[in-house]
Design a protein around this ligand. Structure first.
Ligand SMILES: *Cc1c(COP(=O)(O)O)cnc(C)c1O
Length: 318
C-alpha cells in the first residue's frame, strides 16, 4: 500500500527515536512510583521526575515547582480554566477568550456558562488576529481570566503574548495561554510575556501521547487553582494520580531536543512551507492563504482551494 505524505504535524508527530530510547529503562528497570517516598525505587524515579520538571520549566522561563504534570493539553486547559473559575468565583465569574481557541478551551468555557459564568468571545479579523483595544475594553471588575492561545492549531496565527500579558497584568487579571503549538517552536518566556498559566503537550513536539503539563505561576502573582480530580494529592494537590514517569522523561527529552533545534528548525520549516506554497500557487489558480501571512507558526501552512470540495481534495491526494 502506498501511503500519502503525512503533513498534519499540528495534529500529532511521531516520537523521536532518541526520545523512545530515553524512556525505555523506565518501563522495566526503573519502574518505581515517584510518590514512594520511603524506599530507593521511589527516590530514584522521583529524582528523574524532578530533573524533568526543572528542564521543562526552564524551556519556558519557569521554575520546576511551577510545572504540574497532566495527561496532555486538554487536561491542562480544563484544569486552568475550571480550576481558576472555581477558586476565584467570589471575585467574579467573567472570562475572556476567543472563538478560534481549541475545543479544549472553548468547551470548558461553555460548561462554565451553564453554571452562571459569563464568557466574552473576542472578535477576530480575517487573519485570525484579536484587537488588543477590544481586549483591554472587555476586562471588567469581575473578570478573573483571559485565555488566549499562543499559536492557532489550524491557521497557525500567533497571538501577541507580550502585549496581552501587559494588559492583563496591569488590570490584575490572570492570563492563561494554550501554548501547545508554540512551545519548542517559537521562543516563549512566561516572565517576559507575563503569562500566569500555560498549557502544553508532548505529542506535538516528537514526544509521546498522553503526557502534558500546566505551568502555574507561584509568585507575583501566586495563582491558585481548585483541582478537578481528587485523590492522593500528587502535584501539590493540583493533580492527583500516579505520575506517568515514562511520559515525563520522554516529554523532557523531546522538549530539550526541540529547544536545541528551535532556530534551525524554524528556518528549515519556513523554507519548506514557502516552497510548497510557491509551487502550488504557481501551478494552480484560486489558492488562498488562511491565517496571518507572517505572524504564524513556522511549520504551518493553511490553504483554501477555490471551487474544490475539501473532502474530494483529501480523497484525491490520499
Ligand atoms: C493538540 C492540541 C490540544 C490538545 O492536546 P492533547 O494533548 O491532545 O490533549 C490543545 N490545544 C491545542 C492548541 C492543540 O493543538
Amino acid at each position: 500500500m502506498k501511503l500519502p505524505i503525512y503533513l498534519d504535524y499540528n495534529a500529532t508527530t511521531p516520537v523521536d527515536p532518541k526520545v523512545v530510547e530515553t524512556m525505555m529503562p523506565f518501563f522495566t528497570e526503573s519502574f518505581g512510583n515517584a510518590a514512594s517516598r520511603n524506599h530507593s525505587f521511589g527516590w530514584q524515579v522521583e529524582k528523574v521526575v524532578e530533573d524533568a520538571r526543572e528542564s521543562i520549566g526552564k524551556a519556558i522561563g519557569a521554575g520546576g515547582k511551577e510545572i504540574v504534570f497532566t495527561s496532555g493539553a486538554t487536561e491542562s486547559n480544563n484544569l486552568a480554566i475550571l480550576g481558576v473559575a472555581n477558586f476565584y468565583q467570589k471575585k467574579g465569574k467573567h472570562i475572556i477568550t476567543s472563538p478560534i481557541e481549541h475545543k479544549a478551551v472553548i468547551d470548558p468555557c461553555y460548561a462554565l456558562e451553564q453554571k452562571g459564568y459569563e464568557i466574552t468571545f473576542l472578535n477576530m479579523d480575517k487573519n485570525g488576529c484579536i484587537d488588543l483595544n477590544q481586549l483591554a475594553d472587555s476586562i471588567r471588575d469581575d473578570t478573573i481570566l483571559v485565555s488566549l492561545m499562543a499559536g492557532n492549531n489550524e491557521i497557525g496565527t500567533l497571538n501577541p503574548l507580550k502585549e496581552i500579558g501587559e494588559i492583563t497584568r496591569e488590570k490584575g487579571v490572570l492570563f492563561h495561554t494554550d501554548a501547545t503549538q508554540a512551545v519548542g517552536k517559537i521562543p516563549i518566556d512566561v516572565e517576559e510575556m507575563k503569562i500566569d498559566l500555560l498549557s502544553m503537550t508532548a505529542h506535538k513536539m516528537y514526544g509521546p501521547k498522553g503526557i502534558g503539563a500546566l505551568y502555574v505561576r507561584r509568585k507575583k502573582p501566586r495563582v491558585r487553582l481548585s483541582p478537578i480530580m481528587f485523590g492522593g494529592g500528587h502535584e501539590r494537590g493540583m493533580r492527583s494520580g500516579t505520575l506517568n514517569v515514562t511520559g515525563i522523561v520522554g516529554f523532557a527529552k523531546a522538549l530539550e531536543l526541540s529547544m536545541d533545534e528551535m532556530a534551525s528548525e524554524a528556518e528549515r520549516l519556513t523554507g519548506l512551507r514557502q516552497r510548497l506554497f510557491e509551487r502550488l500557487t504557481s501551478e494552480l489558480d484560486y489558492i488562498f492563504l488562511n491565517g496571518h501571512p507572517t505572524e504564524r507558526l513556522p511549520n504551518n501552512l493553511n490553504l483554501s482551494f477555490g471551487y474544490v470540495e475539501g473532502e474530494s481534495l483529501m480523497m484525491g491526494v490520499s
